[in-house]
Design a protein around this ligand. Structure first.
Ligand SMILES: [Fe+2]
Length: 199
């Protein structure tokens, strides 16, 4: 059993609905807490995917798009320095800053098997769906001489089947996440392939 269980399913304060921190504040927090450049890039990639999905697929307004982006940007903020407190520390920080409970819930549910919190909203589910898959596709880009250029769906699917490739990426979680959100795995892969190179 995971020792990262949060032991609660309610986060933040309903009175803070809609509250966000600014982009500058979020980036300052990221730079302050995360020294590992690779992890920082991962968080920026997931943030961009969340932002673009909210824009292109959900047609959300600017405020909501930033809420999605912010959840992506900060979801692993405490992983670098406090892995044994992941993601308690970032949750506490955002609660202290009176951030919108939906953003905190999205972060708290991005690993239901680890944290014991089920993804509920579309934002929760997309964060869960993008997280592992984004990492696997980035790892794949690093082993291809042409990087993301010309990357195809079938290549990514092959890497997914190859358990020794990016072995720390949990395949079951990827399938589970796509099922929960009701979007075919192929569609999520194609979205990442076409957007992630822009980060
Ligand atoms: Fe992540």
């Amino acid at each position: 059993m995971s020792d990262l269980l949060l032991g609660r399913t309610a986060f933040g304060d309903a009175a803070n609905a809609g509250n966000v921190i600014s982009k500058d504040e979020a980036n300052a927090l990221l730079n302050d807490w995360v020294k590992n450049e690779r992890l920082k890039l991962h968080m920026k990639q997931v943030a961009y995917l969340m932002k673009q999905w909210a824009t292109e697929k959900e047609n959300l307004n600017e405020d909501d798009i930033w809420r999605w982006e912010m959840a992506g940007l900060l979801h692993d903020a405490d992983w670098d320095q406090w892995p044994d407190q992941h993601c308690k520390k970032i949750i506490n920080e955002l609660e202290q800053r009176n951030v919108d409970p939906e953003i905190i819930h999205a972060i708290a549910s991005h690993g239901p098997n680890h944290f014991g919190v089920e993804p509920e909203t579309k934002m929760d589910k997309m964060l869960f769906a993008f997280d592992e898959l984004s990492g696997l596709i980035h790892a794949y880009s690093l082993m291809r001489p042409e990087g993301y250029n010309g990357m195809e769906l079938k290549g990514v699917k092959k890497r997914l089947k190859e358990k020794s490739f990016a072995a720390n990426v949990a395949r079951e979680e990827i399938n589970d996440a796509c099922e929960r959100v009701g979007i075919p795995l192929e569609d999520v892969i194609l979205f990442i392939i076409s957007h992630q190179p822009h980060v």
